[in-house]
Design a protein around this ligand. Structure first.
Ligand SMILES: O=C(O)C1=C[C@@H](OP(=O)(O)O)[C@@H](O)[C@H](O)C1
Ligand SMILES: C=C(OP(=O)(O)O)C(=O)O
Length: 456
């Protein structure tokens, strides 16, 4: 059962009368892994059972897109996070269809990879806000593989029609060049397309910077777990990861795949321990993971948390005192999706922090650098946008005050506001339901963590 939500939602203060926070919080499946496994299962030839799949807006959009393309996605009647994916028998996806991407980067950047192998044109559309998210480098890459693109709105953005090449043109050695400095998802999408290509395909990143390298390595590892091969040559001119080579192979995921919890979505709950003071424990924390959230324990330590992983129980324990240290300079390029959550810590810290490496957050669900700056100033905080990030000035806690905080249809802006609301009285969060993009019941989890579920 999900919790009924008021709008705006009064973010609960962490209660001082109950003593320090002490909670065990189970986190739903990883968005990034769920949507990669769904795509890779669709690219195979036999059914795959995905267990622990995230069931939230981004994965519902992915499953709806796959069904439209002729892939069966059957939800287990007893366990809704178990889904069996069966690719089309012919190996070709159904064309002359329309795919709704919502605001999901993984849908708008990964599903066009499948459309390359469809039997007719595929129209891609999404939320009005998705029309601002960059798409051109991905489509440019697919055009280099023989597709045609007709932009239906502004060139370089949703909506568009992708017309795949004729089947006999889907072959031959190719070398695709794209600039992925505005999103790693262009590389991931093209690698997923390459995993089905019948000859060697090379992919070169031509830009100066490349964000979210862990997400690209996740794509490589997932293709490898499906029997494919991806090699990365790190010796490009820019000194950045430069050229990926994908030899011809046949991808088939194992018959059962277990999805890890979403470690980036653990961040708001873990950060609550630092802000409210107390302990938050997160079960099923993997010893190693390709998720960028694997970097979270180190980020939390930098802000003053004590973090430990019990290798027997796989419980991650995060302890904080309510006193938060500024971090000085922190390069969040590898894990930009966690930056809005860590921004709540930086806003409440006792000294300055500078986040770097996140210029590309301007093209996320909203312009996150602008959104964070506006909302931090709205509650009395002090922050400046830099060319590639944010600089937070420390302010005393009594300068910070309640307000109705906007969330810009961005799930991470909503969890950011909820974190501030733990210690700043009078924070109301507009459209907290936007958290359903990647967490089915954020408010229910939040109030349960605070021991306030009967008061919600
Ligand atoms: O491939 C993925 O699953 C993701 C890659 C990242 O995208 P960017 O490189 O555009 O930041 C990340 O921010 C997003 O939440 C998920
Ligand atoms: C950037 C994000 O999402 P998307 O997958 O839509 O790019 C995110 O979840 O922070």
């Amino acid at each position: 059962m999900t919790t009924a939500l008021s709008d705006p939602w009064p973010a609960p203060l962490a209660s001082t009368s109950r003593g320090p926070l002490d909670a065990l919080v189970s986190i739903p499946g990883s968005k990034s892994l769920s949507n990669r496994y769904l795509i890779l299962a669709a690219l195979g030839s036999q059914s795959v059972v995905l267990e622990g799949l995230l069931r939230s807006r981004d994965t519902e959009l992915m499953m709806a897109a796959l069904r439209t393309l002729g892939v069966r996605c059957e939800v287990d009647a007893r366990e809704e996070t178990t889904v069996t994916v069966t690719p089309p028998e012919s190996g070709r996806f159904t064309g002359n269809v329309r795919v709704d991407c919502g605001l999901a980067g993984t849908v708008m950047r990964f599903v066009p990879a499948l459309a390359l192998y469809a039997d007719g044109p595929v129209t891609f559309d999404g939320d009005a806000q998705a029309y601002h998210r960059p798409m051109a480098p991905l489509l440019d890459g697919l055009v280099q593989l023989g597709a045609r693109v007709d932009w239906l709105g502004e060139e370089g953005f949703l909506p568009f029609v992708l017309t795949p090449p004729e089947p006999d043109e889907l072959s031959g050695e190719r070398h695709v060049r794209v600039d992925a400095s505005s999103s790693s998802q262009f590389i991931s999408g093209l690698l997923l397309a390459a995993s089905r290509w019948s000859h060697l395909l090379r992919l070169t990143h031509t830009g100066e910077t490349l964000p979210s390298m862990p997400h690209i390595r996740m794509t490589m590892a997932d293709i490898q777990s499906a029997g494919g091969q991806v090699d990365l040559d790190m010796t490009g001119d820019t000194g950045q990861p430069a050229t990926w080579s994908v030899p011809s192979s046949f991808v088939q995921l194992p018959s059962h795949v277990l999805v890890e919890p979403d470690l980036s979505n653990a961040a708001p709950f873990a950060c609550a321990a630092l802000i409210a003071g107390g302990t938050v424990r997160i079960p099923l924390w993997p010893s190693t993971s390709t998720q960028p959230g694997a970097l979270l324990p180190d980020y939390l330590r930098a802000f003053g948390a004590e973090v430990s992983l019990d290798e027997d129980t796989h419980i991650l324990t995060v302890q904080g005192t309510g006193h938060i240290r500024g971090v000085g300079q922190l390069d969040l390029g590898p894990a930009g999706e966690i930056a809005p959550t860590l921004a709540a810590l930086a806003t409440l810290a006792d000294s300055d922090s500078t986040f770097t490496g996140i210029a590309h957050l301007r093209g996320h669900e909203t312009d996150r650098l602008a959104a964070l700056s506006t909302e931090i100033r709205r509650i009395g905080g002090s922050v400046e946008e830099t060319a590639d990030g944010l600089h937070f000035h420390a302010v005393s806690r009594d300068q910070l005050h309640g307000a109705v905080m906007e969330t810009y249809a961005d799930h991470r802006m909503a969890t950011f506001a909820a974190l501030l609301g733990l210690v700043i009285p009078g924070i109301d969060v507009v459209n907290v339901a936007t958290t359903k993009k990647t967490i089915p019941d954020f408010v229910g989890m939040w109030t349960a963590m605070l021991g306030q579920e009967n008061e919600a």
